[in-house]
Design a protein around this ligand. Sequence first.
Ligand code: ADP
Ligand code: MG
Length: 546
Amino acid sequence: QGTIREFEYKAEMKQLLNLIVHSLYTHPEIFLRELISNASDALSKARFSQLTGQASEGDGELKISITVDKESRSFVIEDNGIGMSEEELIANLGTVAKSGTLGFMEALRQQQKEKEIDANLIGQFGVGFYSVFMVTDEVVVETRSEGHDACRWTSSGGGSYTIEKIDRKERGTRISFTLKEDAAEFAEEYRLEGIIRKYSNFVDFPVYLDGKKANSVAALWQKSKNELKDDEVNEFYKFISVDYQDPLDYLHVSVEGVVSFKALLFIPQEAPMDMLYQQGALENHGPQLYVKKVLIQNECKDLLPEYLRFISGVVDTEDLSLNVSREVVQSSPVMMKIRQILTSKLLGWFETMAGEQPEKFRRFYKAFGPIIKIGLNTDFTNREKLIDLLRFESTLTDEENYVTLKDYVGRMGDEQKEIYYLSGESRKELLNHPNLEYFRKKGIEVLLLTDPVDVFVIPSINEYDKKPLKSIEKADIDFSKDETGEKESVSKEMVAPLLHVFRETLGDKVEDVAESHRLVSSPVTLVSGKDAMDSQVERMMKMMNK
Ligand code: ADP
Ligand code: MG
């Protein structure tokens, strides 16, 4: 006790702090959201270990208290959550342990180019605590975790921080500082009340502001569907996701039967940039899992199949025990059942949206269609439903207008036995494709596949409504039966020597040269053999082998 030790920040950390102090200024009030959210996390952990018997200290109401003083501009936020040991203090507040920091700085740099730096970003990257340096020059954190000595951590956001042992009886964390002059507004109660209501209304613990409760603490998903107000639900969405926009739509689910659970699920308006391809996108996703209103897991990816990973929200069940471990969660029959029911509810919801709110569905499909399609190859139980959700542009639609396979089959002529598609990079490129000429002339609709994922999933459909799906690049389409009429027919004897010359000249470069009836105005075209890969698949394979 009494000795104060000083620690240097690592270089990246200094850089980060420098950026926060000097570049973040658009939403300084974010600091409060971040501190409350950390306190709430610490309280969740405390509640969890109390309920599971790991913690022995069950001291009273779990809560967050904020006290401010206008005169001295002092600000104190305190929680009786899990607290931190000395090692945890160093690891959590002294080092950039999380890769988030670099991501955050990159995002800042991007925004700096556009002159608008938004402090909102900070919470997304797991560096929220440091936003406090927007409103103060020096922070003191006093904390105690059960079974450890209490410590005081002090930093002025420069190159170093200090740690000393202190006397502190209560478990939990107290963060105190003096507001900068230009941040004096955050010592005003009415201002803080507004911020708490805006950003932290749904925090699962009471937030007391100078002794008065300032948030509403409601488990929205426990309400019945008709009690829910859109505004409230939208705010809740923004609170649990890091989105600043309203969701595109939400679904309330209440199931009682073999398993019982309630859920509130959201579709965002837009897909995050890395949703489809980045590794991380597969790791961090999924709704929050609650058991009897207690948060068990923040991103519980076992609740939904991977192809629904853009759905966020809350699932609360009574059928799991509170001290369920992550491994048990994964393999529990209850989880499997919940996942199965949720998947089917979600697919049904999308289908209903398609029928009743076509414009909304169009936006939804544009953003998430590429992800959902992956389900065709992974979720065979719901394959039919997924196939019905598919949408394509075609030679008969305008740009960004879609047809279903059902539409397509519905307007096929009597003669037509197959569903035709053509895949490529863009609609424009496809519309100029010589292989389309014949179909256009005959008025046969061709689906235009421009999503790179299409070539992996569409060929696997094989047939729809007993009609085979066929790429028009495949050579076995028999056009010879179609009378072209105006064209003079050319005899076999005349064609043979010509084909011979082509074969000689092109040699190994092609598999074969054949006479074609499919062209209308172009002299030649390249097609794939009937056992060969579609040219678009070939292109993708080449890209991936690079
Ligand atoms: P994040 O919350 O995304 O992890 P922060 O920068 O906000 O990132 O916080 C860093 C870490 O510091 C937290 O993960 C947590 O371990 C610790 N921490 C911050 N505030 C508290 C608190 N009030 N009680 C206990 N631990 C805290
Ligand atoms: Mg945080």
